[in-house]
Design a protein around this ligand. Structure first.
Ligand code: NAP
Length: 282
């Protein structure tokens, strides 16, 4: 039976350490602050923003929410980002995705100043990650790397198969794993014979968005399984992309859903805000 990677407890530990760093910054006159922009009323996004707000309260980071109507124009969205860019008291800016289709999210991410881009989506920060330079790493991949590190799972020379190539999870994960000397395979909806790519992997990272997508027969004995997915099963229960009940007997390590990658994503966002605020000293 696999060791369960306890993202919830690890995230709590990271947040407690960040709280101390935040107190230190405040003693030195810096009051870390995160601005979050939410466009429209997507219910899942509202829950994510609420969780981020709670985490900020817990760590001591000030939280400012900007709620924009779903009919907002691109120009007005960009204007708001520019205002936040130049507000000295704001250290991190986060645009909650998805945003309505008529808006250009790429232009919005490009507009967020790289030094306030705590989600790591500005092309400059994406490029820095590709070059293995110090940058803001997007929070989900960063949280996954922290979990692997904490559990002593070394990536050097390992075969890592990532399923899902989104800009927020799969693509930055390629760079994170390469930077740790793994041999990386990335799969997506056009991949033929997916099992051929998962069965020999030492580490499988699933970011697909389909319940029970990764089954026991797709992985080798002793593989490390990281489940990014957040789905509802036929009974409305929160589940990941992995058929946990069966895979847990074959894997060496596995992340649960909930309580795995999710809390780590929020903890790494807090980490990035504190890092952005700390940079005022450097
Ligand atoms: P996304 O943008 O929808 O990307 C899904 C990826 O899965 C795409 O690259 C897609 O391929 C691939 N895919 C779809 N069907 C496939 C198949 N049959 N075989 C192989 N690949 C397939 O999703 P995302 O934003 O990366 O999120 C993925 C999941 O993680 C979702 O459940 C999301 O809610 C969750 N998530 C969790 C966290 C967290 O903190 N825990 C953070 C972010 C996301 P194509 O590119 O070819 O379409």
């Amino acid at each position: 039976m696999a060791t369960i990677i306890d993202g919830k407890t690890l995230a709590q530990k990271i947040r407690s350490n960040l709280k101390l760093e935040c107190e230190e910054l405040k003693k030195n006159g810096i009051n870390p602050k995160l601005a979050v922009i939410l466009v429209g009323d997507d219910s899942a996004s509202k829950v994510y923003v609420r969780n981020k707000n709670k985490a900020c309260e817990d760590v001591g980071i000030e939280f400012e929410e900007y709620l924009l109507d779903s009919s907002i124009t691109q120009e007005k969205l960009i204007d708001l980002i520019n205002v936040l860019n130049y507000k000295k008291d704001i250290h991190g800016i986060l645009l909650q995705s998805p945003i309505p289709r008529h808006l250009d999210i790429n232009e919005a991410f490009r507009t967020i100043l790289p030094e306030k881009d705590v989600d790591g989506f500005n092309p400059l920060n994406v490029g820095k990650l590709a070059l293995n330079q110090d940058t803001f790493v997007s929070c989900t991949p960063y949280g996954i790397m922290k979990m692997l590190e904490e559990y002593g799972i070394d990536l050097n020379g390992k075969n890592v198969t990532i399923i899902g190539r989104s800009n927020i999870v799969g693509k930055p994960l390629i760079q994170c794993c390469l930077n740790k000397d793994a041999t990386v395979t990335i799969c997506h909806s056009r991949t033929k014979n997916l099992k051929e790519h998962t069965i020999n992997a030492d580490i499988v990272i699933a970011a697909v968005g389909k319940a029970k997508f990764i089954t026991e027969d797709m992985i080798k004995n002793g593989a490390v399984i990281i489940d990014v997915g957040i789905n509802r099963d036929e009974n409305g229960k929160l589940v990941g992309d992995v058929d946990f009940e069966n895979v847990v007997n074959k894997a060496s390590y596995i992340t649960p859903v909930p309580g795995g990658v999710g809390p780590m994503t929020v903890a790494m966002l807090m980490n990035n805000v504190i890092k952005a605020a700390s940079k005022l000293y450097k």
